[in-house]
Design a protein. Structure first.
Length: 317
């Protein structure tokens, strides 16, 4: 799906150019769930789209009783899935805020994930939702061979997701997050896991971006020449290979993968490869994400700075 031309303003909505999802998001905010049911039902078998839509709709529904009403009035796989997504989101928000209700919300979330998994055993999405909570408990399964640091983590749960969908994008990102320093991991573990997972993926897969995600996550502005890291040959070649092998297939996606494109554009700009970055921004069109730009300052300002470096228009110019 083509993102469309940049028309002078950034579009920050996570639905991006999935226009059906954007319309359904409006319904969900208004307390209506029938369009959400249909939008999720049509994603059965397309696990990437199912993960994307259910996650966006959960963010819209988390502050209301919509999923509870839906589950009571019309139970089914889609209602169970969105309930799992919402319950996990609420549990994670509570944990990050050190809310005393966290433990109770986690129990609800785990039960919701199990219900959704039972409703549709072939769907990896409920297991991905459960994997999102793994960072709260520091699961310590033994790592497989092939990792330098062999960091323990939720490897069994991750393996189960991969048995349902070997290249599930969100699952890989949720799993990698368990090794980030802010969640009790370490820089070396995050880089090790990111490299291990990225090297396994096909050359035209967005999972090749995982090392660049870890690089942003482990960015330390206090280190000498921190902003020059992306210019190192290993990172520059990683970004260029992704631009060459993955970017051409983005036009075939059912929605523009804005977050992945943003990580690639950022890495190329930081590596001083503005010509290649310009093509990535063209694929993004007007759509924007907070990450990775927010790690370096105000996301709108950082995005505009990167676009200007590539000779591209920015809002207000």
């Amino acid at each position: 799906m083509a993102a469309g031309l940049f028309e002078g303003q950034y579009v920050w909505h996570p639905a991006a150019d999935d226009r059906l999802l954007a319309s359904v998001s409006v319904d969900v905010r208004a307390g209506r769930y029938l369009s959400a049911r249909d939008a999720l039902a049509e994603t059965r078998g397309d696990f990437g789209l199912r993960a994307h839509r259910s996650l966006v709709l959960a963010s819209e529904a988390a502050d209301s009783d919509l999923v509870e009403r839906w589950l009571a009035e019309e139970p089914g796989p889609e209602a169970a899935l969105l309930w799992a997504r919402v319950a996990v989101l609420r549990a994670l928000r509570a944990a990050d805020a050190r809310d005393p209700r966290t433990e109770a919300l986690e129990r609800i979330a785990l039960a919701a994930c199990d219900r959704a998994a039972t409703a549709d055993p072939a769907d990896p999405t409920p297991w991905v939702a459960k994997l999102a909570m793994a960072r709260l408990h520091r699961l310590r399964d033994q790592a497989p061979r092939g990792l330098l640091t062999a960091p323990p983590g939720p490897w069994r749960l991750f393996a189960h997701v991969l048995s349902l969908d070997p290249w599930h994008r969100e699952a890989h990102h949720r799993f990698l997050a368990c090794f980030f320093p802010r969640y009790g991991g370490s820089v070396t573990a995050a880089w090790d896991v990111a490299a291990f997972l990225g090297q396994r993926a096909p050359t035209d897969s967005p999972l090749r971006l995982l090392p660049l995600v870890a690089l942003v996550e482990c960015y330390d502005p206090t280190q000498l020449l921190a902003d020059r890291v992306w210019e190192q040959p290993q990172w520059r070649s990683t970004a260029l290979a992704i631009q060459e092998n993955w970017l051409p297939v983005v036009a075939e996606y059912r929605f523009t993968p804005v977050l992945d494109l943003a990580y690639l554009a950022h890495a190329l700009v930081m590596a001083r490869r503005e010509e290649e970055a310009r093509a990535v921004f063209a694929a993004m069109g007007p759509y924007a994400s907070r990450m990775p730009w927010s790690v370096f300052g105000d996301p709108a300002e950082q995005l505009s700075r990167a676009r200007r470096a590539c000779g591209l228009p920015v809002p207000g110019a």
